[in-house]
Design a binder for this molecule. Sequence first.
Ligand SMILES: Nc1ncnc2c1ncn2[C@@H]1O[C@H](COP(=O)(O)OS(=O)(=O)O)[C@@H](OP(=O)(O)O)[C@H]1O
Length: 320
Amino acid sequence: MSRSLAWGYEPGGGGDWGTGRALGVPAPPQVPPGARAPAVPAARATSPARRPGAPGLPVASGSGLRRFPQALIVGVKKGGTRALLEFLRLHPDVRALGSEPHFFDRCYDRGLAWYRSLMPRTLDGQITMEKTPSYFVTQEAPRRIHSMSPDTKLIVVVRNPVTRAISDYAQTLSKTPGLPSFRALAFRHGLGPVDTAWSAIRIGLYAQHLENWLRYFPLSHFLFVSGERLVSDPAGEVGRVQDFLGLKRVVTDKHFYFNATKGFPCLKKAQGSSRPRCLGKSKGRPHPRVPQAVVQRLQDFYRPFNRKFYQMTSQDFGWD
Ligand SMILES: Nc1ncnc2c1ncn2[C@@H]1O[C@H](COP(=O)(O)OS(=O)(=O)O)[C@@H](OP(=O)(O)O)[C@H]1O
């Protein structure tokens, strides 16, 4: 796997992320939609049995063991989840799956043993991680993750829901030329009520999604990372994450520089490399111009949901 798929930009360089895979990590097995992976027990709604070879126990293979993730980046789409994962991968005690396995939303019927087989091997004391931003808005994800391990640490990168929606739209537009305008999709009947059935809008109702998670996990299991501060102060946000994961603060401001061409913080040296690297061009895409009146209406729409989210998390993200 070419490293440039993960870190597509560097001074004088180009490229794209493409697959969302990263740094030398093999892609998960590709199984056609609807097909089942062979000889793997289905995931159960109860905790995995504690017997050798059972889904709950680590599997020895080569150097280190494949273990279930102890920490997950569960959201949100377009929040800055890739940047956070790649920053954390600089830490010697973090091993992460480069691709998004989508186990707790799309692939759950492949079973826990399949899921664990995707994970990189870790030594004692190292943390296994993966990120799949759609988990945060998947109704069944909290129950399923809880049944894997009620001790799982959950990280949510959140961003102003209006900017997030525009970013989401920009991504869809890049794959679907001729898409109706953002404004046409955001409001029903022209400039009628906000269309909460549109996923770009619905994902930003953070308080509602969090309520579903809190039925299974206490707040102490969550860390909410500001997507805005991840850009303005990456070392500060990654410092909070390292504390939350019980890790030494190894990733610090020494690892970052601001790349004026990219307009984002980049790494002075990516994992296993001596060269500076930025994320690929699908991260930090130009956004289409959205009229200020549309932005304002959405700001007003989200305000009560944002306030509720601030209350629930005891954190003010400053979006209002
Ligand atoms: N360092 C750095 N470099 C590039 N981009 C950065 C960085 N930090 C945060 N971001 C923001 O990450 C946004 C993409 O978020 P995700 O990685 O969560 O997207 S995805 O859901 O996995 O598609 C992406 O959104 P857009 O700017 O709208 O493309 C970026 O704003």
